[in-house]
Design a protein around this ligand. Structure first.
Ligand SMILES: Cc1cc2nc3c(=O)[nH]c(=O)nc-3n(C[C@H](O)[C@H](O)[C@H](O)COP(=O)(O)OP(=O)(O)OC[C@H]3O[C@@H](n4cnc5c(N)ncnc54)[C@H](O)[C@@H]3O)c2cc1C
Length: 134
């Protein structure tokens, strides 16, 4: 079923979908909708300089918007553009390397110094990927 579940009635064991189709009955329900940062639900997207990675399936759209902004900024200023990733777990580290790789290539494509873009990783504690690095 290609639809967003928008309401759950545990008494009648039915879920409603936002496209208005008839409610779907269940005997057992498993909820696997991933995570969404709470502030995003409350309008974090209003802060245009903050980009949550989750939900991951929509991150590509958000990343394309960041890329457009970075390229536009690089064309109009000489100050380095700084991207800060918060969280040094597996996802944050992977994202940091991937962002830097892509941005450095974009800078070179534009004939600019890759150092014109800085990617900074901020994480608590002294160890990256703490649960995997022993
Ligand atoms: C940068 C990064 C790299 C990662 N790399 C790896 C890796 O290499 N290997 C690995 O195992 N894990 C990796 N992860 C973690 C992995 O992405 C998550 O653990 C995984 O996606 C969680 O799966 P999930 O099914 O719980 O949620 P999700 O993958 O988020 O899936 C939830 C789905 O539910 C849908 N949905 C949400 N709300 C509703 C609704 N109301 N109604 C209907 N559908 C809805 C969403 O559209 C989405 O399709 C990475 C994460 C990040 C951030």
């Amino acid at each position: 079923v290609h639809a967003e579940a928008c309401a759950l009635n545990v008494a009648t064991k039915k879920i409603n979908c936002s496209d208005g189709r008839p409610p779907i009955s269940y005997d057992v329900l498993s909820i696997d909708i991933g995570i969404t940062p709470k502030p995003l639900e409350n309008g974090l997207h209003a802060y245009q300089n903050i980009t949550p990675v989750k939900p991951i399936d929509k991150f590509d759209n958000r990343w394309q918007q960041i890329l457009v902004r970075i390229i536009a900024a690089e064309r109009s200023t000489t100050a380095p553009f700084r991207v800060v990733v918060v969280g040094g777990g597996a996802g944050g580290c992977e994202l940091t390397f991937a962002l830097y790789y892509r941005l450095a290539n974009e800078m070179m494509r534009l004939g600019k110094d890759p150092c014109d873009v800085q990617v900074v990783l901020v994480t608590e504690g002294g160890t990256l990927v703490r649960s995997h690095s022993r």
